[in-house]
Ligand binder design. Structure first.
Ligand code: SF4
Length: 343
C-alpha cells in the first residue's frame, strides 16, 4: 500500500465509470447531463493519430454549443438556458488557439449564471503559458484538463500547478490498450507533482481516425465505435492506482456512457424546457408533434384547424393555441445584457 488513495474506495461500474479518489466536479456535472459542451474552435496545432474530431470540424473556424452551431456568444448562452446547464466544458480543437473567444465565453457565462456555474477546459497545453493560465483564472475558469501530446508539454502541467491558485489542474487522455505502462508512469509522475486528477477516456473510433488506428493494429469493438480493449486497460489502471498512488484521482470515463446516457439526459432536459404546447418528447429526448386519442375534445380541436388525424390519432399542429404561456420558458430579456459578437 503506497499512500492515502489506498484508504479510499475503489468504485468500478463497467460501462458507467470506475475511479479511485474523488470525482472532479466537472465530471460529476457531466454524468448528471447538466454540462453544456462548447466546441469553441476546430483549430488545433497538434496532430494526434487518434484524434476523433470529425473532418467537418477539425482545423475549421467553427463553433458549437452541444450540437447547435454557434455564430455569436448569445448562441452559447441560449443553449445553456435551453438545457438548464449548471456548467460548461470548453473543447475543440484547442480552445487556447481561440483565446479571446474562450475568455469572453467564460466571462459571460460566469456573469450571467454566477460563480457556481462550473467551467472546465481542455487543451494540449501548447499555448498554456503562465500568463495565459493566469488570464484564464481571472476570467473565472474552474478546472483545466491537459492532454499532453508531446513530452515537452508536461512542463505546462507543472507550470499550471505552480501558478494557478483556484483552478483545479488535471489531465485527460484516451486509453490505448498497448499504452498501459506509459500511462502508469504518467499517473505516477502526475501524483508526485500534485495534479488533482487524471481522466482516462475510452478510446473512440470515428471516420476521421479509423484508418490510422487500424494501420497501427488497433481493433474496433464489435458493439460500439471504440477501440477494443480500451475499457479493460482503463479499469486495470484504476485498480493499479489504488495501491500505487497517493492523492491523485484516477477516473475512467466510458465513451458509451457519454453517448447513451449523458447526451440523452441533456436532450431530455432541453425537451422539457423548450417543448411547445403541440410537442412532446420521446424517451431519447427528441421532440415530435403531440398526439392524442380521437376524443370529442380533441376532435373539436381538429375541426378548429389545430390538428389532423394521422394513423387514427389526433396529431397537433403548430397552430395549437398557446394560452398565454411563453413558448420559451426562460428569461429572453437576458439578451439585452449581452454585447453582440461577430464570429
Ligand atoms: S490535441 Fe485534441 S483536438 Fe488536437 S489533434 Fe490531438 S486529440 Fe485532436
Amino acid at each position: 500500500m503506497y499512500g492515502e488513495n489506498a484508504q479510499k474506495r475503489l468504485v468500478i461500474m463497467p460501462g458507467v465509470y470506475a475511479y479511485v479518489g474523488d470525482l472532479p466536479k466537472g465530471c460529476r456535472l457531466c454524468i448528471q447531463g447538466t454540462k453544456m459542451v462548447i466546441f469553441i474552435t476546430g483549430v488545433c496545432h497538434d496532430k494526434c493519430f487518434y484524434c476523433p474530431v470529425s473532418r467537418e470540424r477539425f482545423g475549421k473556424l467553427v463553433a458549437y454549443a452541444d450540437e447547435e452551431p454557434v455564430h455569436k456568444l448569445e448562441d452559447i448562452v441560449d443553449e445553456a438556458l435551453r438545457i438548464g446547464a449548471d456548467g460548461a466544458s470548453i473543447t475543440g480543437g484547442d480552445p487556447l488557439v481561440a483565446l479571446d473567444r474562450t475568455i469572453r465565453a467564460i466571462r459571460i457565462l460566469k456573469e450571467l449564471f454566477g460563480e457556481t456555474f462550473h467551467i472546465h477546459l481542455y487543451t494540449s497545453g501548447r499555448y498554456a503559458t503562465a500568463s495565459v493560465l493566469r488570464e484564464l483564472e481571472r476570467a473565472g475558469l474552474d478546472e483545466i484538463r491537459f492532454h499532453p501530446t508531446a513530452q515537452w508539454l508536461l512542463k505546462r502541467i507543472e507550470t499550471a500547478i505552480k501558478v494557478l491558485r483556484r483552478v483545479r489542474v488535471g489531465v485527460e487522455v484516451p486509453v490505448l490498450p498497448d499504452k498501459v505502462d506509459e500511462l502508469k508512469s504518467l499517473i505516477k509522475w502526475l501524483d508526485e507533482i500534485g495534479a488533482e486528477f487524471i481522466n482516462l477516456n475510452e478510446a473512440e473510433v470515428s471516420p476521421s481516425n479509423i484508418a490510422e488506428l487500424m494501420k497501427r493494429g488497433y481493433k474496433v469493438h464489435r458493439d460500439a465505435p471504440i477501440v477494443l480493449g480500451s475499457e479493460e486497460a482503463a479499469i486495470e489502471l484504476v485498480r493499479w492506482a489504488l495501491e500505487n498512488t497517493r492523492r491523485i484521482t484516477v477516473h475512467y470515463c466510458p465513451a458509451r456512457y457519454k453517448d447513451r446516457v449523458q447526451m440523452r439526459i441533456r436532450l431530455l432536459r432541453k425537451a422539457l424546457r423548450v417543448a411547445k404546447p403541440y410537442e412532446e418528447h420521446d424517451s431519447q429526448g427528441l421532440l415530435r408533434a403531440k398526439r392524442g386519442p380521437r376524443s370529442p375534445e380533441y376532435l373539436h380541436l381538429v375541426e378548429e384547424g389545430y390538428g389532423e388525424i394521422i394513423d387514427g390519432y389526433v396529431v397537433f399542429t403548430p397552430r395549437l393555441p398557446i394560452r398565454g404561456e411563453e413558448i420559451r420558458r426562460y428569461p429572453t430579456k437576458m439578451y439585452s445584457l449581452l454585447p453582440s459578437e461577430k464570429g
